[in-house]
Write a protein that binds this ligand. Sequence first.
Ligand SMILES: [Zn+2]
Length: 230
Amino acid sequence: MSNDKEQKNLIIEIGKKLWQKSFVASNDGNISIRLNDEEILTTPTGVSKGFMTEEMIIKMKLNGEIINSNGKFKPSSEVKMHIEVYKRRSDVNGIVHSHPPYATSFSVSGIPLNNNILPEAVLFLGAVPLAKYGTPSTDEVPNSLIPHLKTSDAILLENHGSITVGIDLLSAYHKTETLEHFSTIYHHALQLGNVNSISEEKVQELIELRRKMNLPGRALIKTESGNVQF
Ligand SMILES: [Zn+2]
């Protein structure tokens, strides 16, 4: 039980960060943590993620059954995305879905973040794919993730936002930060009229570095000579 309390407080902290950084507006976004093989904690719908309290956090099963919730609060329909990820990725224990403005701009423009322009983004995210648009609350949204989940921990959702996953919630959150930082810089560079990519030789060095660091999670690094999957 105390573990649940700790995890709920972590969700509340990450919710505050998402809201303070404008990665979400109003009641947008959702966060979850896997507690064990069957159970997750997730955020309620209709509540600002910047102002959550412990009793708002919902405990539910991966089959969709709600175990514990203060009657007033229900999980978001977007929890389907989280469930899809947990079912397909046993290595994932934390998920952040938000609408960070720069990353979401690329998703609206239909531009996946495939190029190797910042070392941190190459190392920690790899190429970020664009999942096909789906109508909110339908299975189209979780289904759109399926082609990308095997290869990526950070995915843009077309005309919607982003989802990042990690071995724990903090690592999932950090990927959202890295994604938005990368998107912001890339957007500014496009405005300046020139984007230089990291050379093929230097990308190979980053690939070696990622191997040495033995980072958890999945990343697909696109190179001129082919793709490298971690
Ligand atoms: Zn959303």
